[in-house]
Design a protein around this ligand. Structure first.
Ligand code: HEC
Ligand code: HEC
Ligand code: HEC
Ligand code: HEC
Ligand code: HEC
Ligand code: HEC
Ligand code: HEC
Ligand code: HEC
Ligand code: HEC
Ligand code: HEC
Length: 460
C-alpha cells in the first residue's frame, strides 16, 4: 500500500482531532487568551515532526491546512502558493499539466504525481529522505521503465541512480538537459575571464526618485540636531549617507521616531531584497508575522554564543555601516560553524576574495559565501532590468545543480561544475581542489549526438 493511501485513512480519523483542537483552542482561548497556550495546544496535535524545510513554521497549521483540514485540494493550493513561482522559474520537468494529459493517465495508477503530497508528506519523519521527499530514491521506476530501450546508454542502469547528483532531477533540470549539455560540451575548467555579475542598484534608484540634487552627508548631519538623536559613529561613511538617505527615511521624524526600524522600512526602497529574504530560511518566520528566527530554533551547527541572535536585515547589515563586504563572509561565519563553512577560509575561492578586498584583483573576481549563496540576479530586461542580490539563500541550495547556472558558470565550464558539485566530500570541504568524481552525462550526450551526425552540422 502506498504512503498516500495510508495518509488518507489517517486523515479521516484526524478530522475528529482537528475539531477537538478547534474546540479546545476556542475554549482555552477564552480562559487564558495567551498565544503560548495556543502554541502548546497545537504542538499537542502535531502528528509528528515536520521536515527540514518547514520546521520553523510548523505551528502555523493553517498555512497548509486552512479550514478544510482533510482536503487534498487545500494542501495542493498551499504548496503552490508558496512554491509555484519557483517551480515555474525552474521550468519544472514534471508539472501537473504533464499528468492531466489523458495520454499519461495510466502512469498515475502507481503514483498520483498530480499531487505534491504523493511525494512530499509531512509529520512522518521516518519516510523522509532529502529535500522533504517521502518516496524511495528509485521513484522514477514507476514511469520510466522503458528508458533502457529508448537509450542504449542507459541499459542496465539501476533506478536508484537516476537522481544521483549531476544526472537528473525531478523538477529542475535546467543545467542538465541534453541540449544544454551539448551547447556547453567543450568548455575549459575555468573560463578566461572568471567574474561574477555585479549589482547595479543605485542607478535605478536615482532614476526613479529623481533626486537630482543630493544632499551631502554634512548637510544631512547639520539637520540632525532637529531630531535630537546622537549621530551614529559609522553613519557619515555609509552608502546611505552618500546617497542622501536621511535619518527620517528609516526612523521617521522626531515625533514618530522608531528606535529599531524593521524590514518593512527597508522594503520601500529595497523591495526585491526584502521579498527574497522572506522566502528563505533566514526570513521565513518573519514572512508569517512570527518573531525573527534565532539559531536556537535550528539543528544546524551554529556558534553557541549566537544562539539567541535574531535574524533580521540588521544582523548582517549592522547599522549604520551597511558595508556589504563584511556581510558577505564575516557575518556568515560569525554564526555558521560547520565543516563546510569553516573550511572556506582555506579554499582558493577565499584567496580570490581577499585579493578583491585588498584591491589586488578586479571587482567581481572574488568568491565569498554570498557569491554562491546570495547570487546577483537580474530582474527585468533591457534598460529597465536591474541586478540585485537574491536574499533567499535557499533558492539555489538544493538540489545543488541549481548553483551551476546562477553561480559556477560565470567562471567555470559546465563539465567541471557538474563534477565538482557531484562530489559530496569536495562540497563539505568547500572546494579545496579538483573533483574526484566524473559524471558522464556530457560524454553520453556527445556520443549520442555524434551517432546521429547532428553535432557536426550544428557545431562545426
Ligand atoms: C508545511 C505544511 C504543513 C504544516 C505547517 C502543518 N501540516 Fe499537517 N500535514 C501536512 C501534509 C503535507 C500532510 C500529509 C497529507 C497526506 O499525507 O496526504 C499533513 C497531515 C496532517 C495530519 C494527518 C495525519 C497524518 O499523519 O497524515 C494531521 C492531523 C496534521 N497534519 C496536523 C497538523 C497540525 C496540528 C499542524 C500545526 C501544529 C500541522 N499539521 C501543520 C502539511 C502541514
Ligand atoms: C507558507 C509557505 C509554505 C507553504 C504553504 C509550503 N512551503 Fe514548502 N517551504 C517553504 C519555505 C520558506 C521553505 C524553506 C526554503 C526553501 O527550501 O525553499 C520550504 C521548503 C520546502 C521544500 C524543500 C525542503 C528541503 O529540505 O530542501 C519542499 C520539498 C517543500 N517546501 C515542499 C512543500 C510542499 C509539498 C508543500 C505543500 C504540502 C509546501 N512546501 C508548503 C514555504 C512553504
Ligand atoms: C513524483 C514525486 C514528486 C512530486 C509529485 C512532487 N515532487 Fe517535489 N521533489 C521530488 C523530488 C524527487 C525532489 C528532490 C529534488 C529533485 O529531484 O528535483 C523534490 C524537490 C522539491 C523541492 C525542493 C527542490 C527544488 O527543486 O526546489 C520543492 C520546493 C518541491 N519538490 C516542491 C514540490 C511541489 C510544490 C509539488 C507539487 C506541485 C511537488 N514538489 C511534487 C519529487 C516530487
Ligand atoms: C508519475 C510518472 C513519472 C515519474 C514518477 C517520473 N517521471 Fe520523468 N517523465 C514523466 C513523463 C510523462 C515525462 C514526459 C515524457 C515525454 O514527454 O515523452 C517525463 C519526462 C522526464 C524527463 C525529460 C524531461 C523533458 O522535459 O525533456 C526526465 C529527464 C525525467 N522525466 C526524469 C525523471 C526522473 C529523474 C524521475 C525520478 C526522480 C522521474 N522522471 C519520475 C513521468 C514521470
Ligand atoms: C538605512 C536606514 C537608517 C538610516 C538612514 C539611519 N538609521 Fe539609525 N538605525 C537604523 C537601524 C536598522 C537601527 C537599529 C539597529 C539595531 O537594531 O541593531 C538604527 C538604530 C539607531 C539608533 C539606536 C542606537 C544604535 O546605534 O543602534 C540611533 C540613535 C540612530 N539609529 C540614529 C540615527 C540617526 C541620527 C540617523 C541620521 C544621521 C540615522 N540613525 C539614520 C537604520 C537607519
Ligand atoms: C529611502 C530609501 C532607502 C531606505 C528606506 C533604505 N535604503 Fe538602503 N539604500 C538606499 C540607497 C539609495 C542606497 C545606495 C545604493 C548605492 O549606492 O548603490 C542603499 C544602499 C544599501 C545597501 C548597500 C550598501 C553598500 O555599501 O553597497 C544596503 C546593504 C542597504 N541599503 C540596506 C538597507 C537596510 C537594511 C535598510 C532598512 C533598515 C535600508 N537599506 C533602508 C536607499 C534606502
Ligand atoms: C544573511 C545576511 C544578510 C541578511 C540577513 C540581509 N542581507 Fe542584504 N546583503 C547581504 C550580502 C552578503 C550582500 C552583498 C552580496 C554581494 O555583494 O555579493 C547584501 C546586499 C544587500 C544590498 C545591496 C545589493 C543590492 O541588492 O542592490 C541591499 C540593498 C540589501 N542587502 C538589503 C537588505 C535588506 C533590506 C535586508 C532585510 C530584508 C537584508 N539585506 C538582509 C547579506 C544579508
Ligand atoms: C544570526 C546567525 C546567522 C547568520 C548571521 C547567518 N546565518 Fe545562515 N542560517 C542560520 C540558521 C540558524 C539557519 C538554519 C535555519 C533552519 O534550521 O531552518 C541558517 C540557514 C542557512 C542556509 C540554509 C541551510 C539549509 O540547510 O537549508 C544557508 C545556505 C545559510 N544559512 C547561509 C548563510 C550565509 C551565506 C550567511 C552570510 C551571508 C548566513 N547564512 C548568515 C543562522 C545565520
Ligand atoms: C563555491 C560555492 C560555495 C561557497 C563559496 C560557499 N558555499 Fe556553502 N554550500 C555550497 C554548496 C554547493 C552547498 C551544498 C548544497 C547541498 O548539496 O546540499 C552548500 C551548503 C551550505 C550550507 C548548508 C549545510 C547544511 O548542512 O545544511 C550552509 C549553511 C552553507 N553552505 C554556508 C556557507 C558559508 C557560511 C559559506 C562561507 C563561509 C559558504 N557556505 C561558502 C556552495 C558554497
Ligand atoms: C567569480 C568566479 C568564480 C565563481 C563564481 C566560482 N569559482 Fe570556483 N574558482 C574560481 C577560480 C578563479 C579558481 C582557481 C582555479 C583555477 O585557477 O583554475 C576556482 C577554483 C575552484 C575549485 C578548485 C580547483 C583547483 O584546482 O584547486 C573548485 C572545485 C571550484 N572552483 C568549484 C566551483 C564551483 C562548484 C562553483 C559554483 C558553486 C564555483 N567554483 C564558483 C572562480 C570562481
Amino acid at each position: 500500500m502506498t504512503a498516500s493511501k495510508d495518509g488518507q485513512g489517517l486523515l479521516k480519523g484526524s478530522a475528529k482531532w482537528w475539531m477537538l483542537w478547534v474546540l479546545l483552542t476556542v475554549g482555552g482561548g477564552v480562559y487564558l487568551g495567551t498565544e503560548l497556550f495556543i502554541s502548546e495546544q497545537k504542538a499537542l496535535f502535531l502528528p509528528g515532526q515536520t521536515t527540514h524545510g518547514h520546521h520553523q513554521i510548523e505551528m502555523q497549521c493553517t498555512v497548509c491546512h486552512a479550514d478544510g483540514f482533510n482536503s487534498e485540494v487545500v494542501l495542493q493550493d498551499a504548496c503552490m502558493n508558496c512554491h509555484g513561482d519557483e517551480l515555474d522559474d525552474a521550468q519544472d520537468s514534471h508539472p501537473r499539466s504533464k499528468f492531466t494529459n489523458p495520454r499519461n493517465a495510466e502512469l498515475l495508477n502507481h503514483l498520483d504525481a498530480r499531487q505534491c503530497v504523493a511525494c512530499h508528506v509531512e509529520h512522518r519523519p521516518e519516510l523522509i529522505t532529502t529535500m522533504g521527499v517521502s518516496q524511495p530514491i528509485n521513484v522514477c521506476v514507476h514511469c520510466h521503465t522503458d528508458i533502457g530501450e529508448d537509450r542504449p546508454s542507459h541499459q542496465g542502469m539501476e533506478f536508484n541512480t537516476c537522481q544521483s547528483a549531476g544526472c537528473h532531477n525531478f523538477h529542475d533540470n535546467r543545467a542538465l538537459y541534453e541540449d544544454f549539455l551539448l551547447a556547453h560540451a567543450d568548455e575549459p575548467k575555468t573560463l578566461s575571464e572568471p567574474v561574477r555579475p555585479l549589482r547595479n542598484f543605485s542607478a535605478r534608484y536615482f532614476d526613479k526618485s529623481g533626486l537630482a540634487e543630493r544632499l551631502t552627508a554634512e548637510q544631512i548631519l547639520s539637520r540632525a540636531p532637529v531630531i535630537k538623536q546622537p549621530i551614529p559613529e559609522n553613519w557619515a561613511h555609509s552608502s546611505h549617507a552618500a546617497a542622501a538617505i536621511e535619518c527620517k527615511d528609516c526612523h521617521g521624524n522626531e515625533a514618530s521616531w522608531k528606535e529599531k526600524p524593521e524590514h518593512t522600512v527597508c522594503e520601500s526602497c529595497h523591495e526585491n531584497e526584502v521579498s527574497t529574504f522572506l522566502q528563505g530560511k533566514h526570513g521565513m518566520r518573519l514572512a508569517q508575522g512570527l518573531s525573527p528566527m534565532t539559531p536556537a530554533q535550528s539543528e544546524l551547527n551554529i556558534h553557541v554564543e549566537k544562539s539567541h541572535q535574531e535574524l533580521t536585515c540588521n544582523t548582517c547589515h549592522t547599522s549604520h555601516d551597511f558595508d556589504t563586504r563584511k556581510a558577505a563572509v564575516d557575518k556568515c561565519i560569525g554564526c555558521h560553524n560547520d565543516e563546510h563553512s569553516n573550511e572556506y577560509l582555506r579554499s582558493p575561492h577565499y584567496t580570490l576574495w581577499r585579493k578583491e578586498l585588498k584591491g589586488e584583483a578586479a571587482p567581481g573576481t572574488g568568491v565569498s559565501c554570498a557569491t554562491c549563496h546570495m547570487p546577483a540576479t537580474r530582474k527585468g530586461s533591457g534598460s529597465k532590468g536591474r541586478i540585485f542580490v537574491d536574499h533567499n539563500q535557499n533558492a539555489n541550495l538544493r538540489p545543488n545543480e541549481k548553483m551551476i547556472r546562477s553561480v559556477c558558470m560565470n567562471c567555470h565550464g559546465l563539465g567541471f561544475s557538474i563534477d565538482a558539485l557531484a562530489d559530496p566530500v569536495l562540497v563539505e570541504h568547500n572546494f579545496p581542489g579538483d573533483p574526484s568524481v566524473h559524471i558522464e552525462s556530457i560524454d553520453m550526450a556527445v556520443e549520442r549526438d555524434e551517432k546521429r551526425g547532428k553535432r557536426e552540422s550544428i557545431y562545426d
